[in-house]
Design a protein around this ligand. Sequence first.
Ligand SMILES: Cc1cc2nc3c(=O)[nH]c(=O)nc-3n(C[C@H](O)[C@H](O)[C@H](O)COP(=O)(O)OP(=O)(O)OC[C@H]3O[C@@H](n4cnc5c(N)ncnc54)[C@H](O)[C@@H]3O)c2cc1C
Length: 400
Amino acid sequence: MSSATEPYWLDGEDRMAPSLQESTDADVVIVGAGVCGAAAALALAEAGIRTVWIEGRAVSQGASGRNAGFVLQGTAERYSRAVAIMGRERARAVHQVSRDNHRAMSSAIGELQIPCGYQRRGSLQLAGSVLEEAELLESAALLREDGFSAEVREGHQLDAVYRNAGFNVGVHIADDGELDPAAFVRGVAKAAVARGVRLFEGSPVRELTASSPGEAWVRTDGGEVHAQLVLLCTNAYVGELVPWFADKVDPVRGQMLATAPAPPLFSCPVYADHGFDYWRQDPAGRVVLGGWRNLDVEGEKGTAEVLHPGIQARMEEFLARFEGMRGVPVTHRWSGTMGFSRDGLPLVGPVPGLPGALAAVGFTGHGFGFAWQCGKALVELLLEGRSDVADRFPTRRLAM
Ligand SMILES: Cc1cc2nc3c(=O)[nH]c(=O)nc-3n(C[C@H](O)[C@H](O)[C@H](O)COP(=O)(O)OP(=O)(O)OC[C@H]3O[C@@H](n4cnc5c(N)ncnc54)[C@H](O)[C@@H]3O)c2cc1C
C-alpha cells in the first residue's frame, strides 16, 4: 500500500470555512459535511432553524468527494438479488426511494443552479459471465414488471465498444444520472451558508453528549457547540463517535482513478461484475473508474485512505481492454471510505441511548442514491415528528 492522493474532483479546491474556535450555541448541530449533511443543512436553513455544521476535514473530503459520481437507482445489489433478500414489495419501495432521491437532487441542482456537470444519460449494467447474464436479465424483467425502465441490449444492440472488450449482454436503465459529486456537495454547502448555516471545517468532533431529549453538546479541539439536537451525518465514521453503530456500519475502502481526457467512448455510466466495477466519462472526456474491491475484500476494510497497488494495477489493465483507452495516461489515483450497513440499507432516525441525536448513515456504496432523502428525513423528523423515509430505514431494526 502507498499513500493516497487527492481525488480528481477536489484537485485545486480550497477550504470553504474556518475551524471552530469558540463555544457557541444553536438549535441544531450537524456533524459531517458530505452529501447527507449537506441535504440536512440546506433543509434546516430553508426552515429558518439556527444551525451549526461541523466537519472534521473539509466539505466533501469524505466519500462524497471521492466517489464516481453515479446517481443510480436501487441498492448496491442487482434488483433480482434485492428482491430475493428483502422481498418484492420492500425491494420495489426501496428502489422508489432512490428514484425520488434522484428527482430531489436534480431539482436542487436546477433551483440552486449548481454547476456540477449533471447529466441524465441513463446507466448501463454489463454482465461479465454467463451466470451474471442470467442475473441481469432476471433483474431487468423484474424491474419492468414493477414499473421501472430496464432495456436489454444483446448482440448488436450493445455498443461495439463493449462487445470488443468481451461483454455480450447489457441492460440500460434510462433514468440514471451522473455528476461531479464534490461540486454538487460544495454547491449545496454554499447555498446553506448563504441561508445562514454556520459551517466550520477542520474541526473533528472528539466527544458528544445527547443523553437527554432537547440537549446535545459536541466538543472539538477549538470549541464546543450546545444545541437541542445533534444530527449525525458521518456515515463510515459513525462508530468512532457513537459506539452503538460500531457493529452496524463497517468502513470499507474503494479505489478510484481518473485518466487524462480521452476520445468519446462511454456514453453513460457503466457498471459490471455485479456492480463491483464501474466507470464513466465526464464532460471533459476523462474516464473515472473504480472498483475491483472483490480482489481483496479483507484488505479493503478500514478508514485509511490508502492506495491498493494490486487493485490499481488491475483497474489500469482493465482500461486497456478498450482500444480507445490504450496509451491514455492515468492522472489521478485515490481511495475513499464507504459505510456498509449490516443489511445493505441506510439507517435513519433516533439513536438508541442518545435521545438528543438523530443519524442517517450506512449508505453501502450508494449514497448518491439515498443520502439526499435520508439527510432531509432527519429534518422532517425534527419538524414534523415523522418521515416516510425514516420509517423505511429505521435504526432500531439492527438493535440487538
Ligand atoms: C470510491 C468510492 C466510489 C463510490 N461511488 C459512488 C457512486 O458512484 N455513486 C454513489 O451513489 N455512491 C458512491 N459511493 C458511496 C458514496 O460516496 C457515499 O455513500 C456517500 O458519499 C456518503 O455520503 P455521506 O455524506 O453520508 O458521508 P461522507 O461523504 O463520507 O461524509 C461524512 C463526513 O463526516 C465527516 N466526519 C466523520 N467523523 C467526524 C467527526 N468526528 N467530526 C467531524 N466530522 C466528521 C467526514 O470527514 C466526512 O466529510 C462511492 C464511495 C467510494 C468511496
